[in-house]
Design a protein around this ligand. Structure first.
Ligand SMILES: Nc1ncnc2c1ncn2[C@@H]1O[C@H](COP(=O)(O)OP(=O)(O)OP(=O)(O)O)[C@@H](O)[C@H]1O
Ligand SMILES: [Mg+2]
Length: 173
């Protein structure tokens, strides 16, 4: 049986800087021959000093850019050489959870837009009413008031943290 995720001899080199004529004058070997595999239910941690290429490995697996060399297989299927269009259905199976939740929220988007975007992307057949019901269910799950729907995602996140902090300050006696 194939591995859930298999990465073979992955390389990603970034152009270092460009001359005034736009030509690359060197390159950073951000990832230079990394191989590993992950099975179902398994967690793999990449550990290493800052700048050693951990995030670049993650971004390569997600195909946020083209790879310099190597192979990435998801459930046995190569995804390193797929076009953007071919990758679209694959993206439903790949998800990134950012270290810094604030950096992952687009301050220009409302809470409703942030929550509805993946639903629209992956379940485009849902009616507007069904989408809204799903968004409201998500708000209920994290105990955000329905009124939060129209707030900017940053404001809602800050007010949720503030109310948690307030709750924590209540003395026990
Ligand atoms: N888009 C890019 N363009 C040019 N160089 C890049 C780019 N992304 C990463 N690099 C370089 O590639 C190398 C690896 O970076 P990467 O962000 O993968 O490291 P990291 O292990 O995740 O570091 P940290 O622990 O600080 O998050 C670094 O030298 C970085 O400067
Ligand atoms: Mg990183």
């Amino acid at each position: 049986m194939s591995h859930l995720l298999e990465v073979k001899d992955l390389k990603k080199h970034f152009p270092l800087k460009r001359s005034w004529l736009g030509q690359a004058t060197g390159k950073v070997h951000a990832v230079d021959g990394v191989s590993f595999h992950v099975e179902r239910g398994e967690t793999l941690s990449l550990v290493g000093e800052s700048g050693c290429g951990k995030s670049t490995v993650g971004r390569s697996v997600l195909r946020l850019f083209d790879l310099t060399a190597g192979e990435v297989r998801l459930d046995g299927q190569r995804i390193d050489n797929l076009s953007a269009r071919q990758l679209r259905p694959m993206r439903q199976k790949l998800q990134v959870v950012f270290q810094d939740p604030f950096a992952s929220l687009n301050p220009r988007m409302t809470v409703a837009q942030v929550l509805a975007e993946p639903i629209e992307n992956f379940e485009p057949h849902l009616s507007e009413q069904a989408q809204r019901a799903r968004v409201e269910r998500l708000l209920d799950l994290v105990r955000l008031p329905r009124a939060a729907i129209l707030m900017s995602s940053r404001a809602a996140s800050a007010s949720a943290s503030a109310s948690r902090a307030h709750w924590l300050r209540i003395p026990s006696s």
